[in-house]
Design a protein. Sequence first.
Length: 272
Amino acid sequence: MTDAPFLATLTGGPEDGARAMARDESLVRHLVRAGAPSIVLRGHGWQRPTLSLGRGQALPAGLLAEAEAQAIEVVRRPTGGGWLLHLPGDLALTTALAGPLRSGDFRRAARMTSQAIALGLASCGRPAIVFAGLSHPASRAEVCFERADRDEVVLGSTKVAGVALARFGQAALVQAALPLAAAPPELAEFAERWDGCRAAAAAESVGIDRETLWRGTVDALARIVDLRPRAWHWPGPALREAEELRVRVYGDPAARGRAEVAVPDRDAGSGR
């Protein structure tokens, strides 16, 4: 008998930026090929400070040299949106959703991820909501936490979770970033220069227990999709593919994202 559908959950420890991006892409590619499970929620942390660029953004002048001097990794995401600084202690969440995708499903994948995050934050005593305003076309010079776009998570007037999207054929990839850690003093100048708005987000989330937030988000997403959550494990081929992608695709932050891989949906607004 075929198993009933379930919400697959994957948890991981701190990851370097290139490996994190490669694993997210490998995960959604696996769902395209296998078709089951139909939805996966993955959580991980960051091994070291990492600045990620949206797939189509130009590499800002001077960023690589300044980041190297501070031992900060720079990586390009498979999803869109603006650049942002990830720090050890932050939480990264990825939703991979297998198709076939019907009209509106691509944007819906982002919305339900944000709803789950907002409910997870509420379970930690932070009454966050999903922003219902209009999307704005993403600028290639845009910093992620400068403003909230449609279907991102806000607490009061502060954006506290960035959400970015990519479409892989008949599957959707959603990457979410939750700043939970303040920049240490030695990185304060870099953080202010390159992602000055993330400090406000981290201040709103100070004191949150990452495990409690993860559990609250998993429980919320399970209710939203009406599926029982079940711990899942990486298929060996997907991990091997991730390592190949890490070297071949995500090792060079100067390379633009591949348009034939991540194609924005027509109704997806900015592609974030």
